[in-house]
Write a protein that binds this ligand. Structure first.
Ligand code: MG
Length: 483
């Protein structure tokens, strides 16, 4: 009897000990998990003036982009993805606010973008994607071209970004010298060789300080990629958002020694291939740090190719027009989503826009969408994770504050058409509008308006509804020093 009791006590003690050890183990695991970054990180890589046809995976015959091609194969390649405007400033405002730039006042005419003597920038009342992600304790970095106001109150550091490294506007600004003719300007900017950095006295900033002027643009692409890698390494234990907006391949073109003369596409190809190489290094870093399973990387471009610069401009592939225009080539862009554990691979024909990134990333991060304003994005996460069709049916193509065209499903109506930079014709009003079926005719060659008046009426109703809640923001682009 005594022996049995001793045995029982021993057994009980053993159980208590086991329970204690197990509890310690579980506690240790939980403690370890709580210090590990399990939220989804986001990296947006935004090229400047790269066209729909400029990547290998989008059909370019001589530009080699093996890293982006591989990401598209492992992730999603979108074929109907749009930006919010055909030029830099409004396109960037649309991406970061999830709203059409007409609402924030970041689109105008004749000043289509901000300049080094512009007085204003993105209004403080706008909520940027960085500010939104700060609500869920994301570390945030803006690396590269900003172009939403270079004065202190408008800089990335005052728009939700913890860190900024980059040129605050376009790389062709602060031109040193005068152009005697349009032809000379074109020749200097297009330059058949690697351009002289001294011609373009653009500042390079770290946070709110200018650290180099002129920025050495030969090495800028490489340095932007390195900055992104360094930010990833520093923030691997907490959720992070990186907005990496390359200044290139906007003219004037610059490549580092390592890439100069290496592409069979010429200097433009050297530049794009250097950007692609940096993206490969970023993906490699994510894998090495064990972050590839919980990071989504998206690549796209701010607007179509700047066609007037001939060989030094890019290609919109089979799309009509380019930068500055509301033809497809101006606003439809290559777009690759990558994230090996969550993006369901495939080619996506659904319509998406850069404005949808705000809603999509907010949804994935579990942050509610602002309710006090009209948002123009939709949540694409079901398309990304399950390949469900996106909820987006409409695309609005603005030039300044005028609505030039509307896409509704497969159909696009042009109410106004206008070329830019001396190409693709003068401004022309259309009544009835020109109508194209973009699924059948992506090059916008065959006007089918006369046989499809009922579709035009549907699109007119879409316009009516869109304009019924439209409040145009105060023009932020028109005021420049000395004008
Ligand atoms: Mg651009």
């Amino acid at each position: 009897m005594k022996d049995t009791n001793i045995f029982k006590t021993f057994r009980m003690t053993r159980y208590i000990f086991k329970f204690f050890v197990l509890s310690l183990f579980v506690y240790g695991q939980l403690a370890a998990q709580s210090s590990v970054n399990t939220k989804t990180n986001f990296i947006i890589i935004f090229a400047d003036d790269l066209g729909y046809g400029d990547l290998g995976i989008y059909g370019h015959p001589t530009i080699q982009t093996p890293n982006l091609d591989q990401m598209a194969l492992e992730g999603q390649k979108w074929t109907n993805f749009y930006v919010g405007s055909s030029v830099c400033t409004p396109s960037r405002a649309a991406l970061l606010t999830g709203r059409l730039p007409i609402r924030s006042g970041m689109t105008s005419r004749p000043e289509r973008v901000l300049f080094p003597d512009s007085k204003n920038g993105l209004p403080a009342s706008e909520i940027t994607l960085a500010e939104q992600l700060k609500n869920a304790d994301y570390a945030t970095a803006c690396i590269g071209k900003w172009h939403l106001g270079h004065k202190k109150q408008y800089l990335p550091t005052n728009n939700g970004f913890d860190y900024y490294f980059g040129i605050p506007y376009s790389n062709d600004m602060n031109f040193e010298g005068t152009f005697t003719s349009k032809e000379e300007q074109r020749a200097v900017l297009a330059g058949s060789k690697n351009s002289e950095i001294e011609n373009f006295n653009v500042p390079l900033m770290r946070n709110e300080e200018i650290i180099e002027r002129p920025a050495n643009q030969h090495t800028i692409t490489k340095r932007y990629s390195e900055e992104a890698i360094s930010f990833i390494k520093k923030n691997k234990d907490n959720p992070f958002f990186i907005y990496l907006a390359h200044n290139l391949p906007h003219i004037p073109l610059f490549a580092s020694e390592e890439f100069l003369g290496t592409s069979s596409r010429g200097l433009y190809g050297d530049v794009v291939e250097e950007i692609d190489n940096g993206i490969g290094e970023i993906i490699k870093t994510l894998k090495e740090e064990g972050l590839d399973e919980n990071t989504i990387v998206v690549f796209t471009s701010d607007n179509g190719p700047w066609l007037v610069f001939d060989e030094n401009g890019g290609s919109a592939g089979l799309l009509k027009g380019g930068k500055g225009m509301t033809w497809e080539g101006g606003m439809r862009e290559p777009c690759v989503f990558w994230g090996p554990s969550n993006i369901k691979p495939g080619v996506i024909q659904s319509i998406g826009t850069t404005m949808d990134l705000f809603n999509t990333f907010s949804s994935i991060a579990g942050i509610p969408i602002p309710q006090d304003r009209v948002m123009d994005g939709v949540d694409l996460s079901k398309t990304l994770f399950n390949r469900f069709p996106s909820e987006r049916e409409d695309v609005f193509y603005y030039r300044g504050t005028e609505l030039y065209a509307v896409r509704h499903g497969d159909y696009k109506a042009h109410f106004i058409t206008e070329g830019e930079y001396g190409q693709f014709g003068e401004r022309e009003m259309h009544n009835p509008p020109l109508l194209y079926n973009l699924s059948h005719d992506p090059s916008e060659k065959y006007n089918i308006a006369s046989q499809n008046m009922e579709i035009i009426n549907i699109i007119k109703n879409v316009v009516k509804e869109h304009q019924s809640n439209l409040i145009i923001g105060d023009d932020q682009l028109k005021d420049r020093e000395g004008r």
